[in-house]
Design a protein around this ligand. Structure first.
Ligand SMILES: [Zn+2]
Length: 320
């Protein structure tokens, strides 16, 4: 997979431009200073400023986080009505929907079903939190009819798309989904963690949805990936107010254990770090040399990153 297949350059740049404009419209006087959103340590250092948003690195767990950040009300309002959010759902997502189905949701569905079987998780029902149009659940249902599928999705248009696919939907954010507490064998959430105001509250809400002995599986962006560590503030992934939290491997472990999970496993099966760095920079001497070594060297280097949990694309599996 290549970056351009899931993020066509022109349309992605327009999305980033709108995000930057939206970010400037929020009233920074109302922003909140926070401790590390993963381990709650209040000791951190300024890492960089991007589009007037400050990012800190936690001194203890090395999570990267935006602080001060928009308060909860500002952030909810931003997702509901900002130009960049509208652009995402009306222009960006429709343009990449089928490419993302093929390149992202289909392989993820296969990986998830494989994981359920390999680890013998005993899954009969699944809930996808922030399910969007239900593409992941739809792809899971094509692989296996063993699972009863549910979605929690706060956007009414997206929720309607899920219903069309025969998925039972709760039109809500997970923090308010009390009527579905203690119900699921497996709770999924893809690429939501980096967006939320409070990772701890979000992970706690996933904990509440799982049954005792059930599992939560999330995917998202971590800080200790080759692309983000290399590019820092130049990484397109670092785009406030959309992306606020980039947890370290330790940070993911701490926030899940803090929310009450008994077992937590973190791994980083990303495929794009090297491609993203190659696309983003021409003056990184290491990457230039690696490119001269050829495709195989690039491929093996990406495999090395995965093996040592150094890709930014992170998976977390936790048992309640
Ligand atoms: Zn921390």
């Amino acid at each position: 997979m290549k970056e351009a297949e899931i993020r066509p350059k022109e349309i992605f740049e327009e999305y980033l431009r709108l995000s930057e404009l939206d970010g400037k419209k929020l009233n920074h006087d109302q922003f909140e200073h926070i401790s590390c959103p993963a381990c709650n340590t209040d000791s951190s250092s300024n890492k960089f400023l991007k589009n007037d948003y400050n990012y800190n690195e936690c001194a203890k767990c090395h999570t990267l986080f935006c602080s001060p950040r928009p308060n909860k009300t500002q952030l909810d309002e931003f997702y509901f009505s900002s130009e960049s959010s509208k652009f995402w759902s009306t222009k960006f997502f429709p343009a990449v929907k089928e490419a993302r189905r093929e390149k992202m949701f289909k392989p993820k569905a296969h990986d998830i079903v494989h994981l359920i079987k390999e680890k013998n998780l005993g899954v009969k029902n699944i809930c996808d939190v922030g399910a969007g149009h239900g593409l992941l659940l739809e792809e899971i249902s094509k692989i296996s009819s063993d699972y009863k599928l549910h979605a929690i999705e706060p956007d009414s248009d997206s929720a309607a798309e899920c219903r069309k696919k025969g998925i039972e939907v709760l039109l809500e954010v997970s923090e308010n989904a009390t009527e579905w507490h203690n119900r699921f064998d497996l709770v999924l959430s893809l690429e939501v963690m980096e967006h939320v105001h409070s990772p701890f509250n979000f992970v706690s809400s996933l904990y509440n949805l799982a049954k005792d002995g059930g599992y939560v599986l999330i995917t998202g962006l971590g800080y200790e990936g080759f692309d983000i560590l290399t590019l820092q503030g130049k990484s397109n992934s670092i785009s406030a107010p959309h992306h606020l939290n980039f947890l370290s491997v330790q940070g993911f472990e701490e926030v899940f254990k803090g929310a009450g999970f008994k077992e937590v496993e973190v791994w980083t099966p990303g495929k794009l770090d090297v491609d993203i760095v190659c696309n983003a920079t021409t003056d990184n001497h290491f990457i230039n040399a690696l490119q001269r070594r050829g495709e195989n060297a690039l491929k093996e280097f990406q495999e090395f990153l995965v093996k040592h949990k150094l890709s930014s694309h992170t998976w977390v599996l936790a048992k309640k």
